[in-house]
Design a protein around this ligand. Sequence first.
Ligand code: BTN
Length: 242
Amino acid sequence: RKIYYYPSIGSTNDEAKKLAQNGAPHGTLVIAEEQTGGKGRLGRRWVSPPREGIWLSIILRPSLEPYEAPRITMTCAVAAAKAIRKVAGIDCWIKWPNDLLVEGKKVAGILTEMSADMDSINFVVTGIGVNVNNTDFPAEIKETATSLKLVSGKNVGRLKILTEFLSQFEVVYRYLEDGEFGKVLEEWRQLSCNLGRRVRIIGRNYELEGLALDVDDDGALLVKTDGGTVERVLSGDVSLRE
Ligand code: BTN
């Protein structure tokens, strides 16, 4: 399987999209020591200093319908949370839809981008950034971001996390492709810090607060509002209440 390695690059997601457009096969990995233009969700930037974390993207050509794409992000989150738990021995939780939290702070994020038409996926690029040995963050994320090193008090081997993540991803991705997404969902539920708790969701043009009941097959969060209705939320920014 082909691996593209860069000492420094703008964004591994952008590079992976370019490679995919030019026909790079399913499973191609793009990884960099540093990103100078790392991208987060909702147009934010992702701070990716040299050698401090894992900044990678995977090209996927899944046999899924476009609306099922959020499953890929969930699959990636499960693999990453399991790898972090196993290698670093740290309680890592998934915060819907795509953040990994340790001690309530963000340690990793996932950005999935898709090229598709109405009824079929051309390719998917799923990018993950894991803050491994960062010791400092810019002022605007200092309160909300952390790294495996800051939590564990020691350096954590990036290669160990990387190889464990890739082998976990291979296992759970297989479930996804084999029509056994239920198994991934079950693990996702176990690792989730949202379910059973109050959440506030801030979307583009709405705001909603309530009890997070579950996620469904499409990756939507089911929230019981104080008015008693159950809303299906497909995207948005979530903050945990209480
Ligand atoms: C988020 O939490 O907002 C998503 C962050 C995703 C960051 C990763 S790092 C590797 C890949 N390349 C990017 O430019 N972004 C993703």
